[in-house]
Design a protein around this ligand. Structure first.
Ligand SMILES: O=C([O-])CC(=O)C(=O)O
Ligand SMILES: [Mg+2]
Length: 438
């Protein structure tokens, strides 16, 4: 069974082969790149040494004198300083630049419950992104936890090591309670990336897509497929930004969530609909926006055809989207489409945000990542997408021209301006909202 079908909710599973305009031949030619990707990805992870991370040392340790500073007896001096003033830990250790990427492996990408061990490449990957995009040191930690409480306890117990905690790929509904419990318990920033990193990125992308399609958030009708971490957090944020709760249909494996008893968990409650529409096909008819954070190939050609004019489709299941992008574009030419993938235009992926939320929070030693910081992050992405794109970005993506428009609604993840522009905006919000400690 292909990995992307593991643990997939039954009624969300693709109903068969993807319908492609060019039929069998298209299927055969698609298999080759897929095989190439498998071999290349395995080689990338295995060679020249296994994995994607190593630890490096930042102080010389080659002479007896240096050794006596790095270790006994010199190391006891900062210990004493930290006992006298716990804040000194930020001066004498790596804590202030160190983020833990922590998971229980229960909702890994769109792959489902892979367990902690198999999630390790993803968590190492997040650590790589923290380092390369925001200069933050990050360590992946995969936890075998028998309950959400045990997971919270484990994270809380190891938290003194870190300047921030990035929770990653934890299934709903436990992810909501886990994040809340840790925010309350710890005095360092805690963020569940798949909720807020994803929600912020979607909100920014949607604002820009709506502007291009000549629509406004307060008037559109939206269908969100997936009532997990990303779906719930995104709807919450969009409502904060002006989306009318009445215009939301939240769909999960049973269809549109219309009754308390249908809801997979209590966090769906604000989005329970009184609409007569019950299936995804019924929900999508006439809708302006489709947000998929669920599973591959759920959005059919017929459904896409039935959407309102100038529709917006965010097919964000990773790695395989809710509709094949080529198929979607072949079906409608008035569409704005985004995926979570690097190899198509309009990548809506939390990598645009999580490195900079933590960079900003750690820069000012914020106790938490608050709503003001999240909203500033949305605004920064919205604005940066409208700025002229530097040559360096065009080169990185092999593009001749990129400009704000249907195929460029968000900055590219490899845009070096993100680090300064987005971090500055979030930092400013942290300072103005009074949670900066330095
Ligand atoms: O890793 C990614 O591409 C985005 C993400 O957090 C996820 O899908 O869980
Ligand atoms: Mg994730």
């Amino acid at each position: 069974m292909p990995l992307h079908l593991l643990n997939q909710p039954e009624s969300l599973a693709p109903s068969g082969e993807l319908e492609t305009p060019s039929g069998e031949l298209a299927k055969e030619t698609e298999q080759k790149p897929a095989q190439d990707l498998m071999a290349t990805a395995l080689g990338y992870h295995a060679e020249p040494r296994p994995g994607k991370l190593e630890i490096s040392i930042t102080k010389p340790c080659a002479t007896q004198q240096q050794l006596s500073l790095a270790y006994s007896p010199g190391v006891s001096v900062p210990v004493g300083a930290i006992i006298a003033d716990p804040e000194a830990v930020y001066r004498y250790t790596a804590k202030g630049n160190l983020v833990a990427v922590i998971t229980d492996g229960s909702a890994v990408l769109g792959l489902g419950n892979t367990g902690p061990l198999a999630s390790k490449p993803v968590m190492e990957g997040k650590a790589v992104l923290f380092k390369s995009f925001a200069g933050l040191d990050a360590i992946d930690i995969e936890v075998e936890a028998e309950s959400p409480e045990a997971f919270v306890d484990t994270v809380a117990r190891i938290s003194p090591t870190f300047g921030g905690i990035n929770l990653e790929d934890i299934a709903a509904p436990h992810c909501f309670m886990i994040e809340q419990a840790l925010i309350e318990r710890l005095d360092i920033p805690v963020l569940h990336d798949d909720q807020h990193g994803t929600a912020i990125t979607i909100a920014a992308a949607l604002q820009n897509a709506l502007e291009l399609q000549g629509k406004v958030l307060s008037e559109i009708r939206i269908v969100c497929v997936g009532a997990g971490a990303a779906g719930i957090a995104t709807l919450r944020l969009l409502v904060t930004l002006g989306l009318d709760q009445e215009n939301i249909l939240l769909v999960d494996r049973q269809g549109v969530i219309r009754e308390e008893s249908q809801a997979p968990h209590s966090y769906c409650r604000p989005f329970i609909s009184s609409s007569p529409r019950g299936t995804l096909a019924e929900a999508i008819e006439g809708a302006d926006v489709f947000i998929g954070v669920a599973a591959p190939n759920l959005l059919t050609v017929e459904m896409l055809k039935s959407m309102a004019s100038r529709p917006i489709v965010f097919a964000l299941s990773n790695p395989d989207p809710e509709i094949d992008p080529r198929l979607a574009h072949a079906t409608r030419d008035d569409l704005i489409l985004a995926t979570g993938r690097t190899d198509y235009p309009n990548q809506v992926n939390n990598v645009l945000i999580f490195p900079f939320l933590f960079r900003a929070a750690l820069n000012v030693r914020a106790r938490c990542i608050n709503d003001a910081m999240k909203l500033a992050a949305v605004r920064a992405l919205v604005e940066l997408a409208k700025e002229p794109v530097p040559e360096q970005v065009l080169e990185a993506y092999g593009e001749k021209k990129l400009a704000f428009g249907a195929n460029y609604i968000l900055p590219k993840p490899l845009d070096p301006r993100l680090r300064e522009f987005v971090t500055m905006a979030i930092t400013q919000a942290a300072i103005e909202s009074g949670i900066a400690r330095i």
